[in-house]
Design a protein around this ligand. Structure first.
Ligand code: SAM
Length: 245
């Protein structure tokens, strides 16, 4: 049997900015894998651990007796996984070994990531390897959405990331030859998108509601204001690449 494997977005750091869903998954996981810079079990240089410590301290005060279990107990289930931040095959293969081991020994395993997994999370490099080599774990993987650092930054200064005639670009520094993921919002009911040209297009309707649907392909004629389209960029980067200095 393979465990349920969760990639859990932690939010940008403020303990109130983890989602209830993420907190529930963490409270119900048997083990929570956290990247760490030290080869011993001592925590060193782990931003994810720092965020988790704040969340456990604050949320255990607020929700100790909540229905999904003890938040305080999360601490004892954290497992440091040594990860040199060099994007090397070794760094990822060690993480993968730890995920595979945990998924064999437990029923529910979490791996945490900063902000929202949708933005530059190495969890997706891991997920690629799982899909290639450990299909059973990949099939039982769920990604838990979170609040990104840029959503929080925008709220802090009370400035929208995009509005009206502006659009948002998220650009990784020190990179060239970038491909863009394109997000289409503010569609109109009746828009005819049967001939819409895109590479890897998905449409999402009524996200988060009981009538939520999502599919790959052209959306046809838009039925609903609550529709968003995402044309996902296909990265040409090799999975393991060296960071530029
Ligand atoms: C590997 S990316 C991960 C982004 C993350 N998934 C998110 O949703 O924000 C790391 C970069 O995100 C930004 N970042 C993430 N958390 C942040 C925070 N708490 N404060 C400021 N910047 C942050 C920084 O630019 C950092 O170099």
């Amino acid at each position: 049997m393979t465990a349920n494997f969760y990639i859990v977005s932690l939010g940008p750091g403020h303990p109130e900015l983890i989602t209830i869903q993420a907190l529930r998954i963490l409270a119900q996981s048997d083990v929570i894998l956290v990247q760490n810079r030290s080869e011993s079990n001592e925590w060193k240089g782990s931003v994810a651990h720092k965020i988790l410590t704040g969340i456990i301290d604050k949320c255990s005060e607020w929700f100790e007796d909540c229905k999904f279990g003890s938040v305080k107990k999360i601490e004892a289930r954290l497992k440091a996984v040594y990860t040199p931040m060099n994007y090397s095959p070794q760094a990822y293969s060690h993480l993968i070994d730890e995920i595979v081991k945990a998924c064999t020994e437990h029923k529910s395993v979490a791996y945490v990531t900063l902000g929202d997994a949708a933005l530059f999370s190495s969890a997706y490099y891991l997920f690629d390897i799982l899909k290639e080599k450990y299909q059973k774990i990949a099939d039982k993987t769920e990604v838990i959405a979170g609040i990104s650092s840029i959503s929080y930054a925008s709220a802090l200064v009370k400035k929208p990331l995009c509005l009206g005639d502006t659009k948002l670009e998220v650009i990784p520094m020190h990179s060239d030859e970038l491909k863009s993921t394109k997000v289409y919002m503010r569609l109109h009911k009746g828009d005819d998108l049967r001939d819409f040209e895109a590479d890897d297009l998905y449409y999402f309707e009524n996200l988060g509601f009981e009538n939520e649907i999502y599919n790959k392909g052209k959306p046809g004629i838009i039925k609903n204001y609550l529709t968003v389209l995402i044309d996902f960029a296909k990265s040409k980067l090799p999975r393991f690449y060296k960071k530029k200095d």
